[in-house]
Design a protein around this ligand. Sequence first.
Ligand code: IMP
Ligand code: MG
Length: 176
Amino acid sequence: MLKEINGRKLIILIESSEISKKVHDLGQQITEDYKDKNLVIIGILKGSFIFLADLVRSIEIRTEIDFIRVSSYGKGINPGDIELITELQTPIKNRDVLLVEDLLDTGATLEFIKKYILSKQPASLKICALMNKKKTRETAIDVDYVGFEIDDKFVIGYGTDFAEEGRNLPDIYVIE
Ligand code: IMP
Ligand code: MG
């Protein structure tokens, strides 16, 4: 497996076995919280694709799954410039919605998507993020389910990327 990217070393942060355990626990908790409900799970592309794929297999209730895609700043765009690339196709009015994101950095992406989802008047909206960077944020954003609280460093693997590389890594690494 890849151990460096563009000459920068990858330092292991969270091993895949630890990720699996945590993702399974999150799935069980979501199952418990939404029992007897029909949940719409919306993944934010691309970063959440692996997390979501594992998470939904630990959720034992009726679900419908969809994705939305927003632009990222991975290619040098400002963090503030968030744009919806694909519209949500699933009707969510009066339905219970769970947004699934890979990680929260400034929180700007989720803030933007949350507003978009709420404009469609769901019955409820909760957020599940695999990682949350410990930092002071301009806008406090409530995340209902968090896998790992991590330091404010750049990470890759398990769906997250560095300039589109490293999404296929089974573990999560910090870039030196
Ligand atoms: P935010 O809008 O600043 O919260 O950034 C959220 C998005 O930026 C995440 O969904 C990631 O796609 C990307 N991002 C932020 N920090 C990292 C990182 O450390 N590694 C990889 N992607 C990141
Ligand atoms: Mg993302």
